[in-house]
Design a protein around this ligand. Structure first.
Ligand SMILES: NC(=O)c1ccc[n+]([C@@H]2O[C@H](COP(=O)([O-])OP(=O)(O)OC[C@H]3O[C@@H](n4cnc5c(N)ncnc54)[C@H](O)[C@@H]3O)[C@@H](O)[C@H]2O)c1
Length: 277
């Protein structure tokens, strides 16, 4: 690796699984010390101890503002500073359609996916301002935050909202040398996808392999995205390589959010040819 994050201290929320876990590994490989923030304590403690002295686990429920505040304080107690804060924990939330969504389903999705990001910005930025040396905040948005038609109305609403958080916060925080950017993954085969389709977590890896085999060839660039694809983008946004980039949303989706899946010109030309015969 390239020591892109030497001497940096990073927090990764939702760092036990999927995109978060892959990012923890990449940040460590680039020289960072990393706090894994999650709610599954036994697994979190075990993962951190397996990763060695440069990793630590801190119980954090990102739905709770005070839990995020405590996470930042604890990180500074453990590693002495904070340089990178990755708002990654999230859920697909309520699958209900527009005609069925209720307050409970919408609120629970927004609390986990949006409050977490707003308060992650609040407490990371306060710490960065107190330190006086800038910092990088990264948020896992989604292609569902750029377009409709992915997942559900609650998830799309939540992910569009965090794009707004990032764009606005970039303006307020730039005077302090703090950058904030979002990553918009396409479909990434993680346990979150297994959960969304009702497959138990223990079978998540098998489902991922099965879907990759069955459907991967139909995806953009001929495969599904991986957690490592997102982790590589997070390394870039965390590092000084992106020192003049803030307020952006970086799609990591093989390109699918850049073009329409609507009727192509070739389809229209074929229909027109049939009509004129
Ligand atoms: N997998 C995809 O296709 C995809 C696509 C776009 C965006 N995303 C986003 O990526 C992020 C990570 O998703 P993933 O696919 O790696 O999912 P995942 O289920 O593998 O990981 C999510 C992690 O968040 C943790 N978590 C859940 N609730 C929490 C809480 N209240 N407090 C702290 N931690 C909590 C879980 O324990 C888990 O470790 C999410 O924000 C998700 O919306 C995923």
């Amino acid at each position: 690796m390239n020591n892109l994050l030497d001497n940096k201290v990073a927090v990764v929320t939702g760092g036990i699984s999927g995109i978060g876990r892959a990012t923890v590994d990449r940040f460590l490989a680039e020289g960072a010390r990393v706090v894994i923030a999650d709610i599954r304590d036994d697994l979190g403690e075990r993962v951190a101890s397996e990763l060695g002295d440069h990793a630590a686990y801190v119980h954090t429920d990102v739905r709770d503002e005070h839990s995020i505040e405590a996470l930042v304080s604890r990180t500074v107690e453990i590693f002495g500073t904070l340089d990178i804060f990755f708002n990654n924990a999230g859920t697909t939330g309520s699958p209900a359609a527009v005609t069925d969504i209720d307050t409970a389903g919408l609120d629970s999705t927004l609390t986990l996916d949006v409050d977490s990001v707003v308060f992650g910005h609040k407490y990371a930025a306060r710490q960065f301002i107190a330190q006086g040396s800038g910092g990088s905040i990264i948020t896992t948005a989604s292609v569902a935050g750029l377009q409709g038609g992915w997942s559900s109305v609650s998830y799309s609403t939540a992910k569009h909202a965090v794009v707004g958080t990032v764009r606005h916060a970039a303006m307020e925080l730039s005077q302090h040398g703090i950058r904030t950017n979002a990553i918009a993954p396409g479909v990434i085969m993680t346990p979150l996808i297994a959960n969304a389709f009702g497959v138990p977590a223990a079978q998540a890896d098998d489902l991922v392999a099965f879907l990759d085999d069955r459907l991967g060839g139909h995806q953009a660039l001929g495969r599904y995205g991986t957690a490592e694809d997102i982790a590589n983008a997070a390394v870039f946004l965390a590092s000084d390589l992106s020192s003049y980039i803030s307020g952006t949303v970086l799609p990591v989706d093989g390109g699918v959010s850049s073009y329409t899946l609507s009727t192509s010109d070739a389809d229209i030309a074929a229909a027109a040819a049939e009509f004129t015969q």
